[in-house]
Design a binder for this molecule. Structure first.
Ligand SMILES: [Zn+2]
Length: 512
Protein backbone atom coordinates (compact mmCIF):
# COMPACT_ATOMS: atom_id res chain seq x y z
CA UNK A 1 0.00 0.00 0.00
CA UNK A 2 1.35 3.39 -0.97
CA UNK A 3 -0.48 5.19 1.80
CA UNK A 4 -0.40 4.27 5.44
CA UNK A 5 -3.73 4.66 7.25
CA UNK A 6 -3.53 6.61 10.50
CA UNK A 7 -6.59 5.78 12.60
CA UNK A 8 -7.59 6.68 16.12
CA UNK A 9 -10.75 6.03 18.09
CA UNK A 10 -12.86 7.97 20.53
CA UNK A 11 -15.18 5.70 22.49
CA UNK A 12 -17.93 6.70 24.90
CA UNK A 13 -19.48 4.18 27.28
CA UNK A 14 -22.37 4.79 29.66
CA UNK A 15 -21.45 3.51 33.09
CA UNK A 16 -23.53 0.91 34.85
CA UNK A 17 -24.46 2.73 38.05
CA UNK A 18 -27.65 2.84 40.05
CA UNK A 19 -27.99 6.62 39.84
CA UNK A 20 -26.83 9.49 37.65
CA UNK A 21 -23.48 11.24 37.85
CA UNK A 22 -24.42 14.16 40.11
CA UNK A 23 -27.89 13.41 41.54
CA UNK A 24 -29.98 10.47 42.73
CA UNK A 25 -32.20 10.18 39.64
CA UNK A 26 -32.08 6.60 38.34
CA UNK A 27 -29.66 5.60 35.60
CA UNK A 28 -31.90 3.21 33.72
CA UNK A 29 -31.15 2.83 29.99
CA UNK A 30 -34.19 0.55 29.61
CA UNK A 31 -36.69 3.18 30.82
CA UNK A 32 -39.11 3.67 27.94
CA UNK A 33 -41.18 6.50 29.42
CA UNK A 34 -39.53 9.85 28.56
CA UNK A 35 -38.53 12.46 31.17
CA UNK A 36 -39.25 10.26 34.16
CA UNK A 37 -35.75 9.84 35.63
CA UNK A 38 -35.20 13.55 36.12
CA UNK A 39 -34.91 15.93 39.08
CA UNK A 40 -34.11 19.63 39.67
CA UNK A 41 -30.35 18.82 39.77
CA UNK A 42 -30.02 17.09 36.39
CA UNK A 43 -32.40 19.67 34.91
CA UNK A 44 -30.17 22.34 36.51
CA UNK A 45 -32.83 24.38 38.24
CA UNK A 46 -31.45 27.48 39.96
CA UNK A 47 -30.07 26.90 43.43
CA UNK A 48 -29.32 23.19 42.99
CA UNK A 49 -25.90 21.68 43.58
CA UNK A 50 -24.33 18.54 42.07
CA UNK A 51 -22.82 15.76 44.23
CA UNK A 52 -20.20 13.39 42.79
CA UNK A 53 -21.27 9.75 42.40
CA UNK A 54 -18.35 7.78 43.86
CA UNK A 55 -19.45 4.55 42.14
CA UNK A 56 -18.95 6.21 38.74
CA UNK A 57 -15.48 7.50 39.69
CA UNK A 58 -14.51 4.04 40.92
CA UNK A 59 -15.72 2.38 37.72
CA UNK A 60 -13.63 4.64 35.48
CA UNK A 61 -10.59 3.93 37.67
CA UNK A 62 -11.31 0.20 37.34
CA UNK A 63 -11.43 0.51 33.55
CA UNK A 64 -8.22 2.57 33.63
CA UNK A 65 -6.42 -0.04 35.72
CA UNK A 66 -7.59 -2.88 33.47
CA UNK A 67 -6.27 -0.89 30.49
CA UNK A 68 -2.84 -0.31 32.06
CA UNK A 69 -3.37 3.42 32.62
CA UNK A 70 -1.77 5.72 35.10
CA UNK A 71 -4.43 6.94 37.52
CA UNK A 72 -4.42 10.62 38.49
CA UNK A 73 -3.87 11.14 42.20
CA UNK A 74 -5.61 14.46 42.01
CA UNK A 75 -7.93 15.83 39.40
CA UNK A 76 -11.03 17.98 39.01
CA UNK A 77 -14.14 18.51 36.91
CA UNK A 78 -14.58 21.29 34.38
CA UNK A 79 -17.44 22.98 32.60
CA UNK A 80 -17.64 22.71 28.83
CA UNK A 81 -19.97 25.45 27.69
CA UNK A 82 -22.15 25.10 24.65
CA UNK A 83 -25.81 25.39 23.78
CA UNK A 84 -27.84 22.48 22.49
CA UNK A 85 -31.43 21.46 23.31
CA UNK A 86 -30.40 18.07 24.73
CA UNK A 87 -28.21 19.79 27.31
CA UNK A 88 -30.44 21.36 29.98
CA UNK A 89 -27.61 23.06 31.87
CA UNK A 90 -26.14 24.88 28.88
CA UNK A 91 -22.83 23.25 29.82
CA UNK A 92 -21.54 19.72 30.31
CA UNK A 93 -19.55 18.73 33.39
CA UNK A 94 -16.49 16.90 32.06
CA UNK A 95 -12.74 16.58 32.48
CA UNK A 96 -10.42 18.41 30.13
CA UNK A 97 -7.02 19.24 31.57
CA UNK A 98 -6.62 16.28 33.90
CA UNK A 99 -8.35 13.06 32.94
CA UNK A 100 -8.77 10.37 35.61
CA UNK A 101 -6.67 7.90 33.59
CA UNK A 102 -3.81 8.41 31.13
CA UNK A 103 -1.13 6.60 29.10
CA UNK A 104 -2.55 3.09 29.00
CA UNK A 105 -2.67 0.40 26.35
CA UNK A 106 -4.63 -2.60 25.22
CA UNK A 107 -3.11 -5.50 23.33
CA UNK A 108 -5.03 -6.96 20.43
CA UNK A 109 -4.13 -10.02 18.36
CA UNK A 110 -1.90 -8.82 15.53
CA UNK A 111 -3.76 -9.64 12.31
CA UNK A 112 -0.45 -9.64 10.40
CA UNK A 113 0.83 -12.60 12.42
CA UNK A 114 -2.26 -14.74 11.82
CA UNK A 115 -2.22 -15.65 15.47
CA UNK A 116 -5.19 -15.51 17.78
CA UNK A 117 -6.00 -14.02 21.13
CA UNK A 118 -4.76 -16.99 23.04
CA UNK A 119 -1.21 -16.93 21.81
CA UNK A 120 0.92 -15.53 24.59
CA UNK A 121 3.84 -14.65 22.33
CA UNK A 122 4.28 -10.87 22.43
CA UNK A 123 5.10 -10.68 18.70
CA UNK A 124 1.61 -11.92 17.92
CA UNK A 125 0.12 -8.93 19.75
CA UNK A 126 -0.25 -5.35 18.71
CA UNK A 127 -0.26 -2.70 21.37
CA UNK A 128 -2.86 0.06 20.94
CA UNK A 129 -1.93 3.02 23.12
CA UNK A 130 -4.66 4.71 25.11
CA UNK A 131 -4.17 8.44 25.49
CA UNK A 132 -6.78 9.11 28.14
CA UNK A 133 -10.00 8.06 29.82
CA UNK A 134 -12.07 10.69 31.53
CA UNK A 135 -15.42 10.92 33.27
CA UNK A 136 -18.26 13.19 32.23
CA UNK A 137 -22.05 13.33 32.06
CA UNK A 138 -24.16 12.30 29.07
CA UNK A 139 -26.64 14.58 27.32
CA UNK A 140 -30.34 13.89 26.73
CA UNK A 141 -31.83 12.51 23.54
CA UNK A 142 -33.59 14.26 20.70
CA UNK A 143 -36.27 12.62 18.60
CA UNK A 144 -36.87 14.35 15.31
CA UNK A 145 -40.38 14.05 13.92
CA UNK A 146 -41.64 15.78 10.81
CA UNK A 147 -42.05 19.43 11.64
CA UNK A 148 -41.04 19.22 15.30
CA UNK A 149 -38.56 17.57 17.69
CA UNK A 150 -38.98 15.97 21.11
CA UNK A 151 -36.47 15.81 23.91
CA UNK A 152 -36.02 13.10 26.54
CA UNK A 153 -33.84 14.01 29.54
CA UNK A 154 -33.73 10.50 31.08
CA UNK A 155 -30.18 10.17 29.80
CA UNK A 156 -29.08 13.71 30.74
CA UNK A 157 -26.54 13.45 33.54
CA UNK A 158 -25.89 9.72 33.21
CA UNK A 159 -22.21 8.96 33.95
CA UNK A 160 -20.20 8.54 30.78
CA UNK A 161 -16.58 7.55 30.25
CA UNK A 162 -14.71 8.81 27.24
CA UNK A 163 -11.70 6.87 26.01
CA UNK A 164 -9.33 8.28 23.40
CA UNK A 165 -6.66 6.18 21.69
CA UNK A 166 -3.46 7.16 19.91
CA UNK A 167 -3.70 6.83 16.09
CA UNK A 168 -2.32 3.28 16.20
CA UNK A 169 -4.82 1.42 14.01
CA UNK A 170 -4.19 0.58 10.36
CA UNK A 171 -7.19 -1.56 9.37
CA UNK A 172 -10.87 -2.12 10.04
CA UNK A 173 -10.04 -5.50 11.52
CA UNK A 174 -7.80 -3.92 14.17
CA UNK A 175 -10.58 -1.51 15.06
CA UNK A 176 -12.97 -4.46 15.40
CA UNK A 177 -10.61 -6.46 17.62
CA UNK A 178 -10.01 -3.46 19.87
CA UNK A 179 -13.68 -2.56 20.22
CA UNK A 180 -14.64 -6.17 20.93
CA UNK A 181 -11.96 -6.62 23.56
CA UNK A 182 -12.80 -3.29 25.22
CA UNK A 183 -16.48 -4.23 25.25
CA UNK A 184 -15.64 -7.56 26.87
CA UNK A 185 -13.43 -5.92 29.51
CA UNK A 186 -16.11 -3.35 30.42
CA UNK A 187 -18.65 -6.16 30.77
CA UNK A 188 -16.32 -8.40 32.80
CA UNK A 189 -15.68 -5.54 35.22
CA UNK A 190 -19.34 -4.53 35.39
CA UNK A 191 -18.30 -1.02 34.33
CA UNK A 192 -20.74 -0.83 31.41
CA UNK A 193 -23.08 -3.10 29.46
CA UNK A 194 -21.39 -1.54 26.42
CA UNK A 195 -24.23 -2.45 24.07
CA UNK A 196 -23.71 -0.46 20.87
CA UNK A 197 -27.20 -0.99 19.49
CA UNK A 198 -28.67 0.59 22.62
CA UNK A 199 -26.17 3.44 22.39
CA UNK A 200 -24.47 2.37 25.64
CA UNK A 201 -21.16 2.27 23.76
CA UNK A 202 -20.49 4.72 20.95
CA UNK A 203 -17.47 4.55 18.67
CA UNK A 204 -16.12 7.44 16.60
CA UNK A 205 -13.28 7.07 14.14
CA UNK A 206 -10.62 9.58 13.05
CA UNK A 207 -8.94 8.58 9.86
CA UNK A 208 -6.38 9.98 7.46
CA UNK A 209 -3.76 8.59 5.08
CA UNK A 210 -0.06 9.32 5.26
CA UNK A 211 1.84 9.34 1.96
CA UNK A 212 5.41 8.29 1.25
CA UNK A 213 6.62 11.76 2.22
CA UNK A 214 5.44 10.99 5.78
CA UNK A 215 3.01 13.94 5.77
CA UNK A 216 -0.28 13.36 7.50
CA UNK A 217 -3.27 13.70 5.25
CA UNK A 218 -6.53 15.49 5.99
CA UNK A 219 -8.45 13.97 8.85
CA UNK A 220 -11.99 12.68 8.42
CA UNK A 221 -14.25 11.83 11.36
CA UNK A 222 -16.81 9.02 11.16
CA UNK A 223 -19.74 9.19 13.57
CA UNK A 224 -23.12 7.53 14.14
CA UNK A 225 -21.80 3.98 14.06
CA UNK A 226 -24.24 1.63 15.72
CA UNK A 227 -22.28 -1.60 15.71
CA UNK A 228 -18.69 -2.78 15.84
CA UNK A 229 -19.11 -4.19 12.35
CA UNK A 230 -20.18 -0.77 11.02
CA UNK A 231 -17.09 0.78 12.63
CA UNK A 232 -14.79 -1.76 11.05
CA UNK A 233 -16.52 -1.64 7.63
CA UNK A 234 -16.51 2.16 7.60
CA UNK A 235 -12.75 2.20 8.20
CA UNK A 236 -12.07 -0.15 5.29
CA UNK A 237 -14.42 1.86 3.07
CA UNK A 238 -12.79 5.15 4.03
CA UNK A 239 -9.24 3.84 3.36
CA UNK A 240 -10.38 2.89 -0.14
CA UNK A 241 -12.25 6.17 -0.73
CA UNK A 242 -9.38 8.38 0.40
CA UNK A 243 -6.79 6.35 -1.56
CA UNK A 244 -8.87 6.72 -4.73
CA UNK A 245 -9.27 10.48 -4.19
CA UNK A 246 -5.55 11.02 -3.68
CA UNK A 247 -4.65 8.87 -6.68
CA UNK A 248 -7.07 10.81 -8.86
CA UNK A 249 -5.27 13.99 -7.79
CA UNK A 250 -8.24 15.20 -5.74
CA UNK A 251 -8.28 16.46 -2.20
CA UNK A 252 -9.68 14.78 0.89
CA UNK A 253 -11.94 17.31 2.60
CA UNK A 254 -11.89 17.70 6.35
CA UNK A 255 -15.40 16.69 7.38
CA UNK A 256 -17.62 14.49 9.51
CA UNK A 257 -19.07 11.48 7.75
CA UNK A 258 -21.73 8.99 8.80
CA UNK A 259 -22.15 5.33 7.91
CA UNK A 260 -24.99 4.13 5.73
CA UNK A 261 -25.43 0.46 6.51
CA UNK A 262 -27.64 -0.27 3.50
CA UNK A 263 -25.24 1.34 1.03
CA UNK A 264 -22.17 0.06 2.91
CA UNK A 265 -20.64 3.49 2.44
CA UNK A 266 -19.68 6.56 4.45
CA UNK A 267 -21.65 9.69 3.57
CA UNK A 268 -20.81 13.32 4.11
CA UNK A 269 -22.70 14.84 7.04
CA UNK A 270 -21.04 18.18 7.56
CA UNK A 271 -17.82 19.80 6.50
CA UNK A 272 -15.56 21.46 8.97
CA UNK A 273 -17.20 24.09 11.11
CA UNK A 274 -15.49 26.88 12.96
CA UNK A 275 -13.58 25.48 15.94
CA UNK A 276 -15.78 25.72 19.01
CA UNK A 277 -14.67 27.78 21.92
CA UNK A 278 -16.04 25.79 24.84
CA UNK A 279 -14.68 28.21 27.45
CA UNK A 280 -13.61 25.42 29.79
CA UNK A 281 -13.20 26.39 33.42
CA UNK A 282 -13.06 24.40 36.69
CA UNK A 283 -16.54 23.43 37.91
CA UNK A 284 -17.04 25.76 40.90
CA UNK A 285 -19.78 23.64 42.50
CA UNK A 286 -17.64 20.49 42.90
CA UNK A 287 -14.59 19.81 45.10
CA UNK A 288 -11.38 18.52 43.48
CA UNK A 289 -10.83 14.74 43.56
CA UNK A 290 -7.87 13.32 45.46
CA UNK A 291 -6.84 9.71 45.84
CA UNK A 292 -4.09 8.06 47.86
CA UNK A 293 -2.02 5.30 46.29
CA UNK A 294 -3.50 2.94 48.89
CA UNK A 295 -7.02 3.74 47.66
CA UNK A 296 -6.02 3.04 44.05
CA UNK A 297 -4.26 -0.19 45.10
CA UNK A 298 -7.41 -1.30 46.92
CA UNK A 299 -9.48 -0.81 43.75
CA UNK A 300 -6.83 -2.73 41.79
CA UNK A 301 -6.92 -5.63 44.28
CA UNK A 302 -10.68 -5.80 43.94
CA UNK A 303 -10.62 -6.17 40.13
CA UNK A 304 -12.25 -9.34 38.88
CA UNK A 305 -10.64 -11.66 36.36
CA UNK A 306 -10.07 -10.05 32.95
CA UNK A 307 -10.76 -11.78 29.62
CA UNK A 308 -7.01 -12.08 28.88
CA UNK A 309 -6.44 -13.83 32.23
CA UNK A 310 -9.35 -16.16 31.63
CA UNK A 311 -8.00 -17.21 28.22
CA UNK A 312 -4.69 -18.21 29.81
CA UNK A 313 -6.56 -20.23 32.44
CA UNK A 314 -8.74 -22.02 29.87
CA UNK A 315 -5.74 -22.84 27.65
CA UNK A 316 -4.66 -25.26 30.39
CA UNK A 317 -7.55 -27.59 29.56
CA UNK A 318 -6.05 -28.15 26.12
CA UNK A 319 -8.99 -26.59 24.27
CA UNK A 320 -8.77 -25.07 20.80
CA UNK A 321 -8.54 -21.28 20.40
CA UNK A 322 -12.07 -21.18 19.03
CA UNK A 323 -13.41 -23.07 22.06
CA UNK A 324 -11.52 -20.81 24.47
CA UNK A 325 -12.97 -17.77 22.72
CA UNK A 326 -16.53 -19.09 23.08
CA UNK A 327 -15.99 -19.78 26.80
CA UNK A 328 -14.52 -16.27 27.22
CA UNK A 329 -17.41 -14.52 25.46
CA UNK A 330 -20.21 -16.68 26.91
CA UNK A 331 -19.03 -16.53 30.49
CA UNK A 332 -21.71 -18.67 32.14
CA UNK A 333 -21.16 -21.39 29.58
CA UNK A 334 -17.43 -21.22 30.32
CA UNK A 335 -18.09 -21.43 34.07
CA UNK A 336 -20.30 -24.46 33.44
CA UNK A 337 -17.54 -26.09 31.42
CA UNK A 338 -15.07 -25.55 34.25
CA UNK A 339 -17.47 -27.10 36.74
CA UNK A 340 -17.81 -30.14 34.44
CA UNK A 341 -14.02 -30.34 34.05
CA UNK A 342 -13.63 -30.45 37.83
CA UNK A 343 -16.05 -33.41 38.03
CA UNK A 344 -14.64 -35.49 35.16
CA UNK A 345 -11.88 -37.29 37.06
CA UNK A 346 -14.18 -38.28 39.92
CA UNK A 347 -16.83 -39.50 37.44
CA UNK A 348 -14.26 -41.53 35.51
CA UNK A 349 -13.03 -43.12 38.76
CA UNK A 350 -16.58 -43.99 39.79
CA UNK A 351 -17.16 -45.59 36.43
CA UNK A 352 -14.02 -47.72 36.76
CA UNK A 353 -15.00 -48.96 40.19
CA UNK A 354 -18.57 -49.68 39.12
CA UNK A 355 -17.44 -51.65 36.08
CA UNK A 356 -14.63 -53.40 37.97
CA UNK A 357 -12.17 -52.12 35.35
CA UNK A 358 -8.44 -52.40 35.90
CA UNK A 359 -5.83 -49.79 35.32
CA UNK A 360 -5.14 -46.40 36.69
CA UNK A 361 -7.36 -44.34 34.42
CA UNK A 362 -7.97 -41.45 34.64
CA UNK A 363 -4.48 -40.80 35.96
CA UNK A 364 -3.28 -40.57 32.39
CA UNK A 365 -3.05 -36.98 31.23
CA UNK A 366 -3.84 -37.65 27.58
CA UNK A 367 -7.07 -39.48 28.47
CA UNK A 368 -8.08 -36.69 30.82
CA UNK A 369 -7.40 -34.23 28.02
CA UNK A 370 -9.59 -36.21 25.65
CA UNK A 371 -12.40 -36.13 28.18
CA UNK A 372 -11.98 -32.34 28.42
CA UNK A 373 -12.15 -32.02 24.64
CA UNK A 374 -15.18 -34.27 24.42
CA UNK A 375 -17.01 -32.22 27.06
CA UNK A 376 -16.17 -28.91 25.38
CA UNK A 377 -17.38 -30.26 22.03
CA UNK A 378 -20.67 -31.47 23.44
CA UNK A 379 -21.33 -28.22 25.32
CA UNK A 380 -20.56 -26.05 22.30
CA UNK A 381 -22.41 -28.11 19.69
CA UNK A 382 -25.38 -29.46 21.66
CA UNK A 383 -26.24 -26.81 24.25
CA UNK A 384 -27.45 -24.10 21.85
CA UNK A 385 -30.21 -26.42 20.54
CA UNK A 386 -31.17 -27.63 24.02
CA UNK A 387 -31.33 -24.10 25.39
CA UNK A 388 -33.17 -22.78 22.40
CA UNK A 389 -35.82 -25.46 22.91
CA UNK A 390 -36.27 -24.20 26.48
CA UNK A 391 -36.46 -20.59 25.34
CA UNK A 392 -33.18 -19.76 27.10
CA UNK A 393 -30.43 -17.47 25.83
CA UNK A 394 -27.15 -19.21 25.07
CA UNK A 395 -25.39 -17.81 28.13
CA UNK A 396 -28.41 -18.01 30.46
CA UNK A 397 -27.95 -21.18 32.49
CA UNK A 398 -30.38 -20.31 35.24
CA UNK A 399 -33.23 -22.75 34.94
CA UNK A 400 -31.12 -25.14 32.86
CA UNK A 401 -31.74 -28.59 34.30
CA UNK A 402 -28.60 -30.53 33.43
CA UNK A 403 -26.23 -30.31 36.40
CA UNK A 404 -22.49 -30.27 35.67
CA UNK A 405 -22.15 -33.49 37.74
CA UNK A 406 -24.73 -35.36 35.63
CA UNK A 407 -23.17 -33.96 32.45
CA UNK A 408 -19.72 -35.21 33.52
CA UNK A 409 -21.21 -38.70 34.10
CA UNK A 410 -22.64 -38.65 30.59
CA UNK A 411 -19.25 -37.68 29.12
CA UNK A 412 -17.59 -40.65 30.84
CA UNK A 413 -20.28 -42.98 29.45
CA UNK A 414 -19.77 -41.65 25.91
CA UNK A 415 -16.02 -41.88 26.34
CA UNK A 416 -16.33 -45.58 27.25
CA UNK A 417 -18.69 -46.20 24.34
CA UNK A 418 -21.58 -47.10 26.57
CA UNK A 419 -23.64 -44.86 24.29
CA UNK A 420 -23.60 -44.24 20.57
CA UNK A 421 -23.63 -40.61 19.48
CA UNK A 422 -27.32 -40.91 18.56
CA UNK A 423 -28.02 -42.45 21.96
CA UNK A 424 -26.00 -39.72 23.67
CA UNK A 425 -28.07 -37.00 22.03
CA UNK A 426 -31.30 -38.71 23.07
CA UNK A 427 -30.07 -39.01 26.67
CA UNK A 428 -28.94 -35.38 26.70
CA UNK A 429 -32.33 -34.21 25.49
CA UNK A 430 -34.04 -36.22 28.22
CA UNK A 431 -31.63 -34.84 30.82
CA UNK A 432 -32.52 -31.30 29.77
CA UNK A 433 -36.22 -32.16 30.19
CA UNK A 434 -36.07 -33.99 33.51
CA UNK A 435 -32.77 -33.13 35.18
CA UNK A 436 -32.21 -36.86 35.81
CA UNK A 437 -28.80 -38.53 35.78
CA UNK A 438 -27.82 -40.32 32.55
CA UNK A 439 -27.73 -43.89 33.92
CA UNK A 440 -31.28 -43.65 35.13
CA UNK A 441 -32.45 -42.45 31.70
CA UNK A 442 -30.47 -45.11 29.83
CA UNK A 443 -32.03 -47.81 32.00
CA UNK A 444 -35.58 -46.49 31.72
CA UNK A 445 -35.46 -45.75 27.99
CA UNK A 446 -33.25 -48.66 27.04
CA UNK A 447 -30.81 -46.38 25.24
CA UNK A 448 -27.50 -48.04 26.11
CA UNK A 449 -25.14 -49.01 23.34
CA UNK A 450 -25.13 -52.72 22.50
CA UNK A 451 -21.63 -54.17 22.24
CA UNK A 452 -22.61 -57.80 22.76
CA UNK A 453 -21.50 -59.67 19.63
CA UNK A 454 -24.21 -62.33 19.80
CA UNK A 455 -26.97 -59.74 19.83
CA UNK A 456 -25.43 -57.70 17.03
CA UNK A 457 -24.69 -60.80 14.94
CA UNK A 458 -28.39 -61.59 14.71
CA UNK A 459 -29.07 -58.17 13.23
CA UNK A 460 -26.09 -58.40 10.87
CA UNK A 461 -27.28 -61.75 9.53
CA UNK A 462 -30.74 -60.34 8.94
CA UNK A 463 -29.36 -57.33 7.05
CA UNK A 464 -27.11 -59.52 4.88
CA UNK A 465 -30.03 -61.78 3.99
CA UNK A 466 -32.27 -58.84 3.06
CA UNK A 467 -29.74 -56.90 0.96
CA UNK A 468 -28.36 -59.38 -1.54
CA UNK A 469 -27.58 -56.75 -4.16
CA UNK A 470 -25.52 -54.59 -1.80
CA UNK A 471 -23.60 -57.63 -0.60
CA UNK A 472 -22.74 -58.57 -4.18
CA UNK A 473 -21.70 -55.01 -5.04
CA UNK A 474 -19.40 -54.94 -2.03
CA UNK A 475 -17.81 -58.21 -3.04
CA UNK A 476 -17.14 -56.68 -6.47
CA UNK A 477 -15.20 -53.94 -4.70
CA UNK A 478 -17.83 -51.21 -4.15
CA UNK A 479 -16.91 -49.77 -0.75
CA UNK A 480 -20.03 -47.57 -0.68
CA UNK A 481 -22.17 -50.67 -0.42
CA UNK A 482 -20.33 -51.62 2.77
CA UNK A 483 -21.20 -48.23 4.29
CA UNK A 484 -24.78 -48.82 3.24
CA UNK A 485 -24.85 -52.18 5.03
CA UNK A 486 -23.42 -50.64 8.21
CA UNK A 487 -26.13 -48.02 8.00
CA UNK A 488 -28.81 -50.68 7.69
CA UNK A 489 -27.53 -52.52 10.78
CA UNK A 490 -27.45 -49.27 12.74
CA UNK A 491 -30.99 -48.47 11.66
CA UNK A 492 -32.20 -51.97 12.50
CA UNK A 493 -30.68 -51.68 15.99
CA UNK A 494 -32.21 -48.21 16.42
CA UNK A 495 -28.76 -46.69 16.61
CA UNK A 496 -27.77 -48.71 19.65
CA UNK A 497 -25.29 -51.15 18.10
CA UNK A 498 -21.64 -50.34 18.70
CA UNK A 499 -20.48 -49.27 15.20
CA UNK A 500 -17.03 -50.77 15.66
CA UNK A 501 -18.45 -54.20 16.50
CA UNK A 502 -20.85 -53.92 13.56
CA UNK A 503 -18.02 -53.15 11.17
CA UNK A 504 -15.85 -56.02 12.43
CA UNK A 505 -18.68 -58.53 12.19
CA UNK A 506 -19.73 -57.39 8.73
CA UNK A 507 -16.20 -57.55 7.35
CA UNK A 508 -15.72 -61.00 8.84
CA UNK A 509 -18.95 -62.36 7.43
CA UNK A 510 -18.57 -60.81 3.98
CA UNK A 511 -14.98 -61.96 3.49
CA UNK A 512 -16.03 -65.62 3.68
ZN1 LIG B 1 -31.52 14.11 38.60
Amino acid sequence: MKYKPVIGLEIHAELKTKTKMFCDSLNDPDEKHPNINVCPICLSHPGTLPVINYEAVKKVIMAGLALNCKIAEDTFFERKNYFYPDLPKGYQITQYQKPLCQNGFLEIPNPKSQITNNDQNSKSKKKIRITRIHLEEDAGRLYHESGYSLVDYNRAGVPLMELVTEPDFETGLEVKKFAEELQLILRYLGVSDADMEKGLMRVEVNISLTGNDGKWGTKVEIKNLNSIKSASDSVDYEIKRQTELIEAGEKVIQETRGWDDSKKATISQRSKEEAHDYRYFPEPDLPPLKFTLAQIEAIKDGLLELPSQRRIRFAKYGLTDAQIEIFTMARHLGDYYEHVASELVASAKDFHIKKGLKGDFPNEPHLERRLHELSANYIITEFPTLMNAKGLEIDDLEGFKISPEAFAELMVLIFHKELSSTGAKAVLKEMAETGFHPEQIIKEKNLGQVSDEGEIEMVVDKVIANNVQAVEDYKKGKEASFKFLIGMVMRESKGRANPQVVEELLRKKLSI
